[in-house]
Design a protein around this ligand. Structure first.
Ligand code: FES
Ligand SMILES: [Fe+2]
Length: 401
């Protein structure tokens, strides 16, 4: 990979990165990996229980910020994106002052949906049912045949707003009106500084797609924090490129980061790499609680988000995004640039559909067994253990409230 296409700013943590990569290399030599203190036991009902699913929607997604889009998906005033979140249907709307608002996608007259899921441009949101219309900031603008409708306080009938913040090139929101959003506080100092160092706001979301799968969102998220299944579930794809079950891991309480060595690093198993940078010989994965995996590749990022279905614990929505430097910034011919990311995208999609999704769909079916016994997360499954600990913390924090 050429120096030109490496995301700018990523060197801010490079010294520390080289040490972590060398730790991963040492694990590889010793056939070890970072570990948690103990294994953790869990039960199949966690993926099928409707009451738990409702608690997760309210106490996780209704309480902490999560990423719902990259800023480049709605770059200009009047751009919008409509999407389904765990508690609400939402419209993200780019304002005249450049900020973003998140509005509940429900007409305050008789509840029609204002916008179908997807992206577009609107000078106002106009309801298809009786044509009431709303400004892009959500305020009620016009009521059709208004002399016949009667008197009421229009200022109370704007679209309901959800707390929303743009930070590190992403749009984050809390799926409950009135919640206080503070993305930096939720990320914590370390993860906030790590993301700041990547300059993600300067990059472009060049491809994105959503998949609704008949799988609980935690099963989905778990599969994309898992460095242990690679050679077994992906023997001819990822398993040929990345080492299995070798991780140098950092715990940031609700978030984590881990380095996994690529097979190209094998040339240094015997030979000392000295001072040279080994960044091109690893993938670096970030878990951003509660539901995001951000993969840093040598020349781009991949963002994976996992959201619960709004009522069925056995369904979820995964979104995948490819976030890359523009052709101009990468110093690439635009056609070559398009071909490169097209090819990259096709490979990613094929692995998901042919390798991960079939295993996960069957896992969800398996979890429906009433008498399957307890299951276990190993000490080596560090990111999965952290994910579970983070969720338990959010669900428990409410126990006394
Ligand atoms: S439901 Fe929207 S205008 Fe009547
Ligand atoms: Fe996988």
């Amino acid at each position: 990979m050429s120096e030109a296409v490496r995301p700018r700013g990523s060197d801010a943590v490079s010294v520390d990165r080289e040490a972590r990569i060398r730790r991963a290399l040492e694990h590889l030599r010793q056939e070890t990996t970072d570990q948690f203190e103990t294994p953790v036991y869990f039960a199949p009902g966690e993926f099928t229980d409707p009451e738990l699913a409702e608690r997760e929607r309210d106490l996780v997604f209704g309480r902490v910020p999560s990423i719902v889009a990259h800023s480049s998906e709605i770059p200009n005033t009047y751009d919008y994106k409509a999407l389904r979140l765990p508690r609400n249907n939402v419209i993200l709307s780019r304002q005249r002052d450049g900020s973003v608002k998140a509005l509940v996608n429900l007409c305050r007259h008789r509840g029609a949906m204002l916008e179908e899921e997807g992206c577009g441009k609107r000078r106002l949101f106009s309801c298809p049912y009786h044509r009431w219309s709303y400004d892009i900031d959500g305020s009620l603008r016009t009521i059709t045949r208004d002399t016949t409708v009667g008197e009421f306080d229009r200022s109370q009938l704007g679209l309901v707003e959800l707390p929303c913040e743009e930070r590190h090139g992403f749009i984050w929101l809390i799926d409950r009106p009135g919640a206080q959003i503070d993305v930096a506080a939720w990320l914590g100092e370390e993860m906030d500084a790590i993301l700041a160092g990547y300059d993600l706001g300067e990059l472009l979301c060049v491809r994105s797609e959503g998949f609704e799968e008949p799988v609980n969102w935690k099963l989905m998220q778990d599969a994309f924090l898992d460095g242990y299944h690679i050679q077994y579930a992906h023997p001819n794809t990822a398993g040929k490129i990345i080492h299995t079950n070798v991780m140098a891991f950092e715990d940031f309480t609700n978030h984590c980061r881990f380095v996994a060595p690529r097979k190209t690093i094998d040339r240094f198993l015997e030979e000392d790499p000295g001072e040279q940078s080994l960044v091109d010989y690893v993938t670096e994965t970030h878990f951003l609680g509660p539901n995001v995996t951000l993969l840093k590749q040598p020349d781009h990022f991949q963002l994976l988000t996992f959201r619960p279905h709004h009522e069925d614990p056995a369904r979820s929505i995964m979104e995948m995004r490819l976030i890359v430097p523009s052709a101009e910034r990468a110093g690439m011919d635009p056609e070559r640039w398009t071909r490169l990311w097209d090819k990259n995208w096709q490979i990613l999609i094929a692995v998901l559909h042919e390798e991960d999704f079939p295993v996960l769909r069957n896992s969800q079916k398996a979890m429906a067994s009433k008498d399957g016994g307890q299951m276990v997360l190993g000490r080596n499954e560090v990111a999965n253990q952290l994910f579970r600990r983070m969720l338990d913390g959010l669900l428990e924090a409410d126990a006394g409230a």
